[in-house]
Ligand binder design. Structure first.
Ligand SMILES: [Mg+2]
Length: 271
């Protein structure tokens, strides 16, 4: 089926616009040209609040986005929970961004939670695991994870290292209970669907731009969105496309190539 032309952009952040605290080439050029383009920034990382993410843009010398345009997996999780169980009670494991998002729509309650919500970041210990498992088995609480990433890139003391992601942290709860978690982040549809709702567009009117075929591109493709892979992150320019996966609409080396491709094919999309 022929899709309409894209009129909105969904942008991944880490690996696309920056690596850690270093902006990637072309990031400023793209951001400067989004002034009238409906767009949002989405991330599977539930740790930082939208305000903190916006501040990080500014600290790197990039234009500071409106925090309303930053949609984290924590925010999408909170919004989805409020939709499926208004006034929900929860037991959460994860960092500040998740707590901030959940507190605005639910009530923390380690005794009578109906949702066990697992995010990312330090803190998971034997006691928390025990509490969560018993809420699931004893009270029938639902197990929800902000994002399915098993491992994520991090920087500690200036050194790159791999950290356990939401998918790894929810795994012990799933193993102990035999319950399959509900995942909110990419490539699952919930984070995209919330973003499309905020941008008020259909999947076919929106282009997802990201650096990971298995999450950014695969999830967007399944919903029928336009897709652009920019090979500045996990997926190096030399790697052949993954067999059996539908290729993205655009397969690009960097953000400058993205701007040029958009100007060529959709001249009214960017200012
Ligand atoms: Mg990325």
């Amino acid at each position: 089926m022929k899709r309409p032309q894209p009129r909105a952009l969904l942008l991944d952040m880490d690996g696309l616009l920056f690596h850690g605290d270093r902006p990637l080439p072309g990031a400023r050029r793209l951001l400067d040209r989004l002034k009238t383009t409906p767009h949002a920034f989405i991330t599977n990382n539930p740790i930082r609040t939208p305000e903190q993410v916006a501040d990080a843009f500014a600290a790197m010398g990039l234009p500071r986005p409106d925090p309303e345009r930053i949609i984290t997996s924590a925010l999408a999780t909170a919004r989805w929970l409020a939709h499926v169980r208004p006034g929900f009670r929860y037991f959460a494991v994860g960092a500040g961004g998740l707590d901030a998002a959940l507190r605005s729509v639910g009530t923390p309650d380690a005794e009578q939670a109906d949702m066990v919500v697992v995010g990312e970041g330090p803190g998971l210990d034997f006691e928390q695991l025990t509490t969560g498992i018993n809420l699931i088995l004893g009270r029938g609480a639902r197990l929800v994870a902000t994002n399915p990433d098993t491992a994520v890139d991090g920087i500690r003391d200036g050194r790159h290292l791999v950290l356990p992601g939401g998918g790894a942290l929810v795994a012990p709860f799933a193993a102990a209970t035999g319950v399959t978690p509900t995942f909110v982040g990419k490539p699952e549809p919930l984070l995209y669907e919330m973003s499309l709702e905020i941008l008020d567009c259909t999947p076919g009117e929106c282009m997802m731009v990201g650096d990971r075929p298995d999450t950014d591109i695969a999830g967007a493709e399944r919903l029928g969105m336009w897709t652009a892979l920019v090979r500045t992150g996990r997926f190096a320019p030399s790697r052949p496309w993954i067999e059996g996966m539908p290729p993205p609409d655009y397969d690009l080396t960097n953000l400058d190539d993205l701007v040029e491709a958009l100007d060529r094919d959709f001249p009214r999309l960017l200012v």
